[in-house]
Design a protein around this ligand. Sequence first.
Ligand SMILES: [Fe+2]
Ligand SMILES: [Fe+2]
Length: 362
Amino acid sequence: MASTLSCGSKNVNYETFVPRREVHPQVTHSMPAEKIEIFKSLEWWAEKNILTLLKPVETCWQAQDFLPDPASDGFYEQVRELRERAKEIPDDYLVALVGDMITEEALPTYQTMINTADGVRDETGASLTSWAIWTRAWTAEENRHGDLLNKYLYLTGRVDMRQIEKTIQYLIGSGMDPRTENSPYLGFIYTSFQERATFISHGNTARLAKQHGDINLAKICGTIASDEKRHATAYTKVIEKLFEIDPDETVKAFAEMMRKKITMPAHLMYDGRDDNLFDHFSAVAQRLGVYTANDYADIVDFLVETWKVKELTGISAEGRKAQDFVCGLPARVRKLEERAQATAKEAPNIPFTWIFDRHVKL
Ligand SMILES: [Fe+2]
Ligand SMILES: [Fe+2]
């Protein structure tokens, strides 16, 4: 069952800043209170195993490393070269890249989402728990992704920046509805999946940029992809640890997130015109092979494998049901996808405001 965002006041037309979007009934704090202790007891473990996956700021790349230097005499020439290379990029690729960039730019929502999780949230904004340090440093690393893609796309002159900026503003206003219920079990399963999905998607935009002759853009997307991979490793390790100490709850949480299906972080996106903008962007990404239903199945496979779900023993009857469900899921997703492809109709061409209403095939 779905409900719509509502803030109750009759005096404010909130749809002007938070567009009306279907969200699920909002379930909160479903994790039993005693489980919070598990995360407190993992503080030291997280310091040794998770914080070590962050990179020191001094050795991190920055957006400026990949962009024309505005303080140099060669700035205009570098911009001209960038624009020359970007001329060859097809519109459908631009739509996929803009969608990825907008997703990255809604970062305040993702930091908020992680900070809804009981037992691991940053209680003060400057908390010194390992969980809070991770979340702030993760956010700080992620913040470079949107910055870099945004500046690059701005300089190409190929996209309607004002429309893109509006989409970002609407998206941050809308938030997201990942259905993780303040539970770090559900939340970290979501982020394990999601960071791997972005690793795959940025990796594919890198591959395609190379094919389109923009080596610099390929480097940009590839560099972002490698950050995502490191982040995916961290979140996947947290769940691996939870499987070790609390396998029954963890396998049930895994199945629960899979039953709900992982909704992409930017699923509430809106540009002020297209009510199905996210579906349209996803269709383009799927057709180009940037992020597909098969990638979804591959991620589930990878997680089942990494977390050794098939080998789990000594779990409850409910846990075994969850185990069967997730182990059989990749095959079911692939079969459904095959059927969908077989019955797919010729896709229409539709205009995207992000590229000045030029038409792109879905
Ligand atoms: Fe990112
Ligand atoms: Fe990420």
